[in-house]
Design a protein around this ligand. Structure first.
Ligand code: ADP
Ligand code: MG
Length: 374
């Protein structure tokens, strides 16, 4: 990993960076296999094509920065390892994805850039698998944390390094601290600081010294998230989870500091909320969840239009909790990557197409990341 440890370099001039977009198709589930679902997605190097499930015609081809295939149709190679039978497809496991995306986040962190990673897609498309993972198939977030501490161990003595960790959930436009068992009625509030921008008032920040600590916090946080959603008779797929790491390097010789804020967001399922049949609380919840995701879409569209040269007077960051918290991640001071998670199955094709279109718009967003030094 690249790691400039001197702290003497000058901040780079402001430069525009496009949001990086990766698309990842999950494999078929056993249920989909048993019910004979057809695959409507294909990938050839960086391009992703979606077919019309009715006649197999190519509907549209998208090109993103990264494309990951994890579909079945595997065969064993000479070492007994499963590889995709389709030689054109690029099978990607968790390590591979971490290598491409997580390493970039770590590189940004050491250089003093803010970094943001967003996972977008319908429920069941593999967002949490990519971000958190399951069991030993660890996702990007735990791997980033693990490698950060591995690198910290090898640092020179004249640098002080600080890692602070927070984990929250946005549900129904209310913020719940996932590291605290105290429930704040109405949720925590977003405040605005003229210098720092939007922040969550009263959010718990835990200083961490090793990966084991973070692993434990993530476990606790996930439990609180599950319990909370069960008690409200809701699904955690309707909430957004935001994990933030504040990484600070203090160079003791020069008293210079470099700071990086890493946001990693497992977004709520992007599927359209069905209004029919939903009543009372559930209806309100549906529309409220939509508010944050819809606002995110509006912010992205406005930024994409502006990047394409259209005159845009207003970027609606203030419309929702999520867009306030992601203000610098989109169009601001951050190196941002979006993972568009999709299903390969014919029945999901409408949502898949909508996710790919969303990702295409997001790719146009230009950020202005700068090294944070003081
Ligand atoms: P989401 O968070 O988008 O609702 P999940 O991450 O929970 O979806 O994924 C749904 C299911 O698909 C899980 O059982 C998960 O293990 C599996 N899955 C998703 N992506 C992959 C992948 N790339 N490789 C293997 N299994 C995957
Ligand atoms: Mg999930």
């Amino acid at each position: 990993m690249e790691n400039e440890g001197t702290g003497e370099e000058m901040p780079e001039p402001r430069s525009a960076d496009s949001v990086r977009v990766a698309v990842r198709v999950r494999p078929f589930s056993q249920r989909e296999k048993n019910s004979g679902r057809r695959c409507v997605v294909s990938m050839h190097s960086q391009s992703t094509t979606i077919q019309d499930p009715k006649n197999g015609e190519h509907l549209k081809t998208f090109t993103f920065d990264l494309a990951y295939w994890s579909h079945d149709g595997y065969q064993k190679d000479k070492d007994g390892i499963l590889i995709p039978s389709n030689p054109n497809s690029k099978f990607a496991g968790q390590i591979h994805v971490f290598h491409d995306i997580g390493r970039g986040i770590l590189d940004s962190a050491w250089r003093g850039y803010n970094a943001t990673l967003l996972a977008y897609g319908q429920t069941g498309s593999g967002k949490s698998y990519s971000m958190i993972g399951f069991g030993t198939n660890k996702g990007i977030i735990p791997r980033v944390c693990e490698e950060l501490f591995q690198a910290i161990k090898t640092q020179k003595e004249n640098i002080e390094l600080q890692v602070m960790f927070s984990m929250l959930e946005i549900y129904n436009e209310q913020i719940r601290d996932l590291l605290s068992r105290t429930k704040t009625p109405g949720g925590l509030k977003v405040r605005e600081d003229p210098q720092l921008g939007f922040f969550v008032e009263g959010l718990k920040w835990v200083p961490c010294e090793n990966y084991a600590q973070i692993e434990k916090l993530m476990e606790q946080g996930s439990k609180i998230r599950m319990t909370a959603s069960t008690s409200m008779n809701a699904s955690s797929s309707r909430s957004h989870m935001v994990i933030t790491i504040q990484f600070k390097q203090i160079f003791l010789d020069t008293a210079l500091t470099k700071q990086s804020s890493i946001n990693m967001v497992d977004l709520a399922g992007s599927e359209r909320q069905k209004s029919s049949g939903a009543e009372g609380d559930r209806l309100r919840e549906g529309s409220r969840v939509n508010l944050s995701l819809t606002s995110l879409g509006n912010v992205i569209s406005a930024l994409a239009d502006s990047a394409m040269g259209k005159k845009v007077l207003h970027i609606p960051y203030r419309d929702s909790v999520l867009t306030k918290l992601l203000q610098s991640a989109l169009g601001g001071n951050s190196r941002t990557t979006l993972i568009a998670a999709i299903s390969p199955a014919d029945i999901c094709y409408e949502e898949t197409l909508s996710t790919l279109r969303y990702a295409e718009r997001t790719k146009k967003v230009q950020n202005k990341a700068v090294i944070n030094t003081c």
